[in-house]
Design a protein around this ligand. Structure first.
Ligand SMILES: [Zn+2]
Length: 484
């Protein structure tokens, strides 16, 4: 059978395309998320929730929008993710001080301190890399969480990655290397200078009144290697250091222990649900681990019950990991789950007093390309609209090598296109398919273009134009009304 050529596809009559897309639009609008109301509040924010999709660049958001729509039986293109209904949007420059293409440590530092750092470094400046280490007098930049705690607000962190990973660590920690997750990971120079690992910093943060909620993965960095799954060399069990802080400090080592806690009892909750990163949403079951939405809901209920105002950072940490393996399915599923978590946060809070920000730390080299027809499965091979039937063709378009190609692909990564690749519909839309790449690399890389920032609530109107990532700190500071 002969495949429709690209030329034939491009020769498609405009009226056929318009008709097809109009029909889709009519069906889709009924299903689209309800837009939130546009308003400008003169009030200050009592609460700030910062959602970070790790690696969630614009192409990831567009693909996830279509993926989400198609999972609800829509064509997908004009679907909206929850945060796409927010009234304020900005483009954000993500570069690190020494790197055109950023990593999560430098980018999360910018958001939490208002200062950019070098790649791989957490909340330290180039001239004071050992700030917060015992023999160093230099003061590190003040954290947004510091300002919040000083003002009597409560603070929380959530991540589907290890809670000592770069993005959550930047809420509470300072480190010359993002790799210093447990004492075993410390470099010689770090030990010589009396620096501490990020797990210890998290537990010690703020003394008895530090973080009120910390939920995520990374249990291994908190327990000694003598215990199963532990990896600390110093023999310390930091989960018992946490519960020893006060009668109100409690530890959940699994999902049933979390569900046994009443969120509104205002206990300070450490929940570590995996030895390392938590499961991808695509691989998770409710019996096994809480979803990002469940953790978000728990944290908001706990923090709001205190009536102190709060700063909550929520990271969908594994969008990034799936992209590094050019596994778009898992990246899109985790992005869809982030959208659910944001919807839950909108539902549980009042836009008169809660600023909700949704952004990414950096992008990835995912691209959406070719000329797939409207409604073509986003994970599928590119198939055009058949001009005779007005429906998607059964036959894929072919590249110059005579083979089909997928709509989603990566500029670099571990799965370069070969003659042996199975490009059947079943294969490419499967959960484990790794999209093809142009440049062979062991791990796909981050990308350097701007990422979006979506904002809703008091102070959201400052999310406009093209801004530097460090200005996200200013937006949060101004929203709450802190003196800088
Ligand atoms: Zn990454």
């Amino acid at each position: 059978m002969k495949s429709p050529s690209l030329l034939k596809f491009l020769g498609l009559s405009v009226s056929a395309i318009v008709l097809a897309s109009c029909q889709q639009t009519a069906t889709n609008q009924a299903n689209a998320a309800m837009p939130v109301k546009q308003f400008v509040s003169s009030k200050k924010a009592k609460n700030v929730i910062l959602f970070i999709g790790d690696g969630m660049g614009v192409s990831t958001i567009t693909a996830a929008r279509i993926f989400d729509g198609q999972s609800k039986g829509m064509s997908g293109e004009d679907n909206q993710l929850s945060f796409e209904t927010f009234p304020n949007v900005s483009l954000v420059k993500t570069y690190n001080l020494d790197s055109q293409v950023a990593d999560s440590a430098g980018t999360a530092s910018a958001m939490n301190t208002g200062f950019k750092t070098q790649i791989g470094k957490i909340n330290v400046q180039p001239d004071a890399l050992f700030a917060k280490c015992s023999d160093e007098a230099a003061a590190p930049p003040v954290l947004f969480a510091d300002l919040a705690e000083t003002a009597g607000m409560s603070t929380g962190i959530i991540s589907t990655a290890r809670i000592t990973h770069a993005t959550p660590a930047a809420v509470y920690g300072h480190a010359m290397s993002r790799g210093w997750e447990s004492d075993r990971d410390m470099s010689e120079i770090g030990n010589e200078r009396g620096c501490t690992d990020l797990a210890t910093q998290m537990i010690e943060y703020g003394g008895t009144n530090g973080l009120e909620v910390a939920l995520g993965g990374g249990r291994r960095n908190f327990i000694p290697k003598e215990l199963e799954g532990g990896r600390r060399d110093d023999g310390k069990n930091l989960t018992t250091v946490w519960t020893g802080k006060s009668d109100n400090h409690i530890y959940a080592s699994n999902v049933s222990e979390l569900r046994a806690i009443s969120a509104k009892d205002k206990q300070s909750v450490l929940g570590l649900f995996d030895a390392s990163h938590m499961n991808y949403e695509a691989d998770r079951s409710d019996d096994d681990q809480p979803s990002l939405t469940e953790m978000t809901s728990f944290a908001i209920e706990n923090l709001a019950a205190r009536d102190t105002g709060y700063y909550l950072m929520v990271e969908a940490g594994r969008i990034d990991h799936a992209h590094h393996g050019t596994n778009a399915y898992r990246a899109l599923k985790d992005t869809q789950e982030l959208s659910e978590a944001v919807a839950k946060a909108v539902e549980m809070t009042n836009p008169e007093d809660t600023l909700i920000l949704v952004t990414a730390d950096h992008s990835h080299v995912l691209s959406i390309a070719g000329y797939p027809g409207i409604g073509n499965p986003i994970l599928g091979v590119v198939k055009p609209i058949d001009r005779e039937t007005g429906k998607l063709s059964d036959e894929p378009l072919l590249a110059s090598d005579g083979k089909p190609y997928t709509t989603l692909g990566y500029h670099n990564g571990p799965n370069t296109r070969t003659d042996d690749d199975d490009l059947s519909d079943n294969a490419v839309q499967g959960i484990n398919f790794q999209q093809q790449t142009a440049i062979p690399m062991g791990s796909e890389t981050h990308a350097g273009e701007d990422v979006p920032l979506y904002a809703y609530g008091p102070g959201a109107q400052k999310a406009r134009g093209v801004i530097d990532q460090a200005e996200i700190f200013d937006i949060m500071v101004d929203a709450v009304g802190f003196e800088k």
